[in-house]
Write a protein that binds this ligand. Structure first.
Ligand SMILES: Cc1cc2nc3c(=O)[nH]c(=O)nc-3n(C[C@H](O)[C@H](O)[C@H](O)COP(=O)(O)OP(=O)(O)OC[C@H]3O[C@@H](n4cnc5c(N)ncnc54)[C@H](O)[C@@H]3O)c2cc1C
Length: 99
């Protein structure tokens, strides 16, 4: 179809490259997102990841649940006794239920 200008406004393309990553010594994985251990901590000590940056382009409910889980992980990380009372609804490897 002939036209003068095409603008793509698609979203859902996942995390972008950003200067912060190489400064932290982090790279995006083959999925394009940033990996973490079971404690939500990236390969950069004390740096945690959640939401689309961790999961790739996803949904708000996952971002909220991951955000709450990371808050608990950070609280545990900062607590000298390594404990937290915050809810942690998700493990980083959690996937949606399939039908
Ligand atoms: C077009 C579109 C439609 C969508 N529709 C739906 C929908 O209907 N329902 C649904 O559930 N989900 C929808 N989603 C997905 C949903 O928006 C995301 O899953 C959710 O917003 C992810 O939340 P987040 O906090 O992980 O990331 P984001 O909401 O992307 O928040 C990341 C924040 O970090 C900021 N940031 C980035 N780099 C830096 C930096 N270096 N320093 C400081 N701040 C920084 C960004 O500005 C941004 O505010 C949609 C997404 C798109 C793109």
């Amino acid at each position: 179809m002939p036209c003068d200008l095409v603008l793509f406004s698609i979203g859902f393309t996942g995390p972008d490259d950003m200067p912060l990553l190489p400064r932290l010594g982090l790279e995006r994985n083959p999925k394009g997102s940033i990996g973490c251990g079971s404690d939500w901590q990236t390969d950069a000590p004390g740096v945690f990841v959640c939401g689309d940056a961790h999961r790739g382009a996803s949904l708000i409910v996952w971002a909220i649940a991951e955000g709450r889980s990371v808050a608990a992980a950070v609280d545990r990380y900062l607590d000298p006794a390594g404990s937290t009372d915050l809810p942690a609804p998700l493990h980083p490897n959690a996937v949606p239920l399939s039908a």
